[in-house]
Design a protein around this ligand. Structure first.
Ligand code: C5P
Length: 413
C-alpha cells in the first residue's frame, strides 16, 4: 500500500518517526508530506531517514514537483493518512481550502483519507472542532481516535493522538485495503497490458514504438475505480504506478507474453492495450555492433501474439483488444475482432495529431452486434467510458453470472 503520511504541527508529531516505522513494518511505502508548522516539532532529516524518501512540504518546490507533481502524488496514494491532525488542519480540510501541499493533495486525491486528531482536550471539545469533525466524517474521512489520557500540556482527557501501533494496525487492516472494493467489478480480476515493448538488437540498441502507455494505464485505473483487482503488465513507460494496481514490469514481447500467461488463469477480463512489437531481431548481439560496414541487414522474426493466444484459451477471460490504426480504422478493427476471436475491440486512429502520447483520444468500441462511439476527450474519461462498456458486455455475455445492479452506461446497439 502506498501511504501519503501528512504531518501537521502538533506536539504529537514527535511520534511520527515511530509511526513511519510501524507502517513500513506492515509493508507500506510511506511518502511524507509535512506542513510548515510540523517542522517545528519533528525534523525532516529524521523522517527522511526512517521513510527512505525525500520529504515533501512545499507546493512551490520546483525540483520536487518536476520529479513527482502533487497531482501524481495524489494519484500514487492508496491512502492519505494525516497524523497528527491539528484543529487548524481539520478546519482547512472541512473548509476545502488548499493553501499548502498537504491540503491540496487532499482535494486532488481519489484515495481514502484518514486522520488521527491530536490536540488539547478543551480544543477537541470545542464546538467548532466538533462541527469540523462531523463534516469530515460525513464526507467519508475516517477519524482515528483521539485517545483519552494524559496530554503533553499536563491535562488529562480526550485529545491524545492514538499510539503509532494502533494507527498502523487500523490503516493496514483489510477494511482499508478493500475501501474501494464496492464497485460493479468488485471481486473480479482485470488483467491489462500497456505500453510499448523493447526488442534488443545489442546491449545498447533496441526496436520499440511510440506508445506512451497512457491509455493502458488509464484503463487500469478505471477498472480499479470500478472495484476490480487489477494486474497491469507494463512495458517501459515514464508514468507513475496507477493507484491500487499490481504492476508487473517487462521489456520484451516474450516477457510480456510469459507474464500474461502466468496470470491469465486468475483473470475475468483481459484488456490488451499494449503496443506489442510485431517483430524482434532474430538474434541479439552479445556485444555492441560496430560500424564497420556501410550497410547492415537486421533479420526480424514474428513476436508471439499475446492477445490472440489468450482469446484462444479454452477458458478464455472476456477478451478485449485495441486497434491503433493510421487508416481504415474501422475495417481493420473489425478484421481483428473476427480473426483473433475477441469479445470486443477498441478502435482508434493514431497519427501525427492524435493517439500515442496525446492526453486526449477518441475511440469506437466494437463487438458482434453493437458499438459505442466516444468522441475526443481526455484519456482518463475515455478509459472510464470504455471500461463501463466492457463491464456491461462482460455481464451480458456471461449470462449465468451475477448481473450488475447499477445501470452504468446506455449502449447504442
Ligand atoms: O494485430 P495487431 O497488432 O494490430 O493487434 C493489436 C492488438 O493486439 C492490441 O490489443 C495489442 O495489444 C495486441 N497484440 C498482442 N500481441 C502482439 C501484437 C498485438 O497482444 N504480438
Amino acid at each position: 500500500m502506498n501511504i501519503v503520511l501528512g504531518i501537521s504541527g502538533g506536539i504529537a508529531a514527535y511520534k511520527t518517526p515511530e509511526l513511519v516505522r510501524r507502517l513500513r513494518e506492515r509493508g507500506a511505502d510511506v511518502q511524507i508530506v509535512m506542513t510548515a508548522s510540523a517542522e517545528e516539532f519533528v525534523t525532516p532529516t529524521s523522517l527522511q531517514a526512517v521513510s527512505g524518501r525525500p520529504i515533501r512540504s512545499n507546493l512551490w518546490d520546483k525540483e520536487a514537483e518536476a520529479s513527482m507533481s502533487h497531482i501524481e502524488l495524489a494519484r500514487w496514494a492508496d491512502l492519505v493518512l494525516i497524523a497528527p491532525a491539528t484543529a487548524e488542519l481539520m478546519a482547512r480540510l472541512a473548509g476545502g481550502g488548499a493553501p499548502d501541499l498537504l491540503t491540496t493533495l487532499c482535494l486532488a486525491t481519489e484515495a481514502p483519507i484518514a486522520i488521527a486528531p491530536a490536540m488539547n482536550r478543551v480544543m477537541w471539545a470545542n464546538p467548532a472542532v466538533q462541527a469540523n469533525r462531523e463534516t469530515l466524517e460525513e464526507r467519508g474521512i475516517q477519524i482515528l481516535g483521539p485517545d483519552v489520557g494524559s496530554q503533553a500540556c499536563g491535562e488529562t482527557g480526550a485529545g491524545r493522538m492514538l499510539e503509532p501501533d494502533v494507527i498502523a494496525d487500523a490503516v493496514c487492516s483489510p477494511e482499508f485495503a478493500g475501501a474501494v472494493a464496492d464497485g460493479i467489478l468488485a471481486g473480479r480480476t482485470v488483467l491489462v497490458t500497456a505500453g510499448p515493448t523493447r526488442e534488443p538488437i545489442d546491449p545498447v540498441r533496441y526496436i520499440t514504438n511510440r506508445s506512451s502507455g497512457k491509455m493502458g494505464y488509464a484503463i487500469a485505473s478505471a477498472a480499479h475505480a470500478l472495484g476490480a483487482r487489477v494486474i497491469l503488465i507494463s512495458g517501459p513507460v515514464s508514468l507513475p504506478e496507477p493507484r491500487g494496481t499490481d504492476v508487473v514490469y517487462v521489456e520484451t514481447a516474450e516477457e510480456m507474453q510469459a507474464a500474461t500467461q502466468d496470470r491469465v488463469a486468475d483473470a475475468d477480463i483481459f484488456i490488451a492495450a499494449a503496443a506489442v512489437s510485431d517483430y524482434r531481431p532474430a538474434e541479439t548481439s552479445a556485444q555492441k555492433i560496430k560500424k564497420t560496414r556501410d550497410t547492415i541487414t537486421l533479420e526480424l522474426v514474428r513476436s508471439p501474439d499475446i492477445l490472440a493466444s489468450v482469446a484462444a484459451l479454452q477458458n478464455a477471460p472476456f477478451t478485449v483488444g485495441f486497434a491503433a490504426e493510421t487508416e481504415n480504422v474501422r475495417k481493420y478493427a473489425l478484421g481483428k475482432l473476427e480473426n483473433k476471436n475477441l469479445d470486443m475491440i477498441v478502435a482508434n486512429r493514431v497519427g501525427s495529431d492524435c493517439g500515442f502520447d496525446y492526453d486526449d483520444n477518441a475511440a469506437e468500441v466494437l463487438w458482434k452486434g453493437g458499438e459505442k462511439v466516444f468522441d475526443k476527450m481526455p484519456k482518463s474519461e475515455l478509459a472510464a467510458g470504455i471500461v463501463d462498456v466492457i463491464a456491461v458486455r462482460f455481464f451480458e455475455t456471461r449470462g449465468d453470472e451475477m448481473q450488475p445492479t447499477l445501470s452504468i452506461v446506455s449502449i447504442k446497439e
